[in-house]
Design a protein around this ligand. Sequence first.
Ligand SMILES: Cc1cc2nc3c(=O)[nH]c(=O)nc-3n(C[C@H](O)[C@H](O)[C@H](O)COP(=O)(O)OP(=O)(O)OC[C@H]3O[C@@H](n4cnc5c(N)ncnc54)[C@H](O)[C@@H]3O)c2cc1C
Length: 418
Amino acid sequence: MTTPNKIIVIGAGICGLSTAIWLRRAGHDVTLVDREGPGAGASFGNAGLLAQWAMVPVNTPDLLTTGLKYLVNPGSPLFMQWGYLPRLAPWLMRFVARANARDCRRAIEALIPLVTDSVDQHVALTKGTRAEQWIASSDFGYAYPSRKAFEDDAYAWGFKRGCGMVPDIIEGDAVRDVEPILGPATQCLAMLKGHGHITDPGAYMADLAKVLCDEGGAYRRAEVRDIKLSDGRITAVETDQGLITCDHAVLAAGIWSKALMRKLGIKVHLEAERGYHLHFKGPSQVPRNPLMISQGKFAVNPMATGLRCAGTVELGGIQKGPSRAPLDLIRKHAAAVFPDLTYDSIEEWMGFRPTTPDSLPLIGELGGTGVFAAFGHQHVGLTAGPKTGRIVAGLIDGQRPNLDMAPYDANRFQPSTR
Ligand SMILES: Cc1cc2nc3c(=O)[nH]c(=O)nc-3n(C[C@H](O)[C@H](O)[C@H](O)COP(=O)(O)OP(=O)(O)OC[C@H]3O[C@@H](n4cnc5c(N)ncnc54)[C@H](O)[C@@H]3O)c2cc1C
């Protein structure tokens, strides 16, 4: 870096926190702004998986058949707020149009470099800081009711194997030797060795904000209302606390980035995949490693403060409050796969995964504005946030990443660049 810049990072989720820390380490004058506390959005309540194996997006080639089957089955992990359908339709049509072999492979190829070194990226972000305590090494298990159910997942496993992630398959009663918490509903366990998880995502976000301040950055609680440009370049960020002048800004406000992009005159195709968690406090048992439960499609993480089960997808925008059905579904399947689990109480939560039609985030400068995008990481934002932050910090510093950035082009939804 030659000249330190004054940079505002908007949004203190994993993407904004990581970007702010890496920018500060490069010597910039960094202020991270969030209208609530750090980790107020999706980064708080996620499943805490550093999902290095999650390179296959939701819109796979079988999306239409599976999605339609799911929608007519009230016991499936896909939910729809039908009243929202007219507003969802433009995004949904684009999302479904990408559910073909060519586009899905393109998304996977672009997700692989963002997710597969996640544990190393989190370690690099936190080494020697107070935040490193929240990163745990673990294996990861996919729990299936049968060998056939595992084999039905062959499409996704093919890509994992291509990345060197070959599972150990455990069947029948041997499943309980590996994970005693699992009851007979799980007859096949596909284990991946050598990954990691976060033991308290909320506490991790809070500590990352403290790391930023420990290292000389600033954190301000303020709501960003507009981004001011002069001759097409950013000059300031307007907040409910007044104007903050800057040379650059990073837009890392998760799902809420869409509204701020509109202020810049840019329409971005971004929708919320609403997801839920049940957090069992005082559980009688926890799994030895995080798990993905294929019946119900939710993840399970033995966290510092209890057992978290998180997942499901509900399409319905960000205005309506939580629905009962996804929470009930997770509860029903958790009772089926963990038959002996008892607990003191349950906390419930809903959050918004920010998802684009091509399942890829926006990373990079918006035109020549000096405003950089760092959002849109769908189901893998916790996993890919630290790498995204490092890339964005490098771009602002004038570095060229050792990565083809075209798939993440922040301008790709604008008509002139289509
Ligand atoms: C149920 C569920 C489970 C998940 N599990 C995993 C998992 O195991 N692994 C994984 O990798 N990913 C997981 N995800 C996805 C992951 O949580 C998200 O992709 C990620 O947290 C997005 O981070 P972010 O920083 O982009 O946005 P957020 O974490 O949503 O942060 C955005 C921040 O911007 C702030 N903000 C918004 N508007 C403004 C404004 N105008 N002014 C100031 N501040 C503003 C908000 O207050 C918020 O703090 C899960 C998501 C859900 C819902």
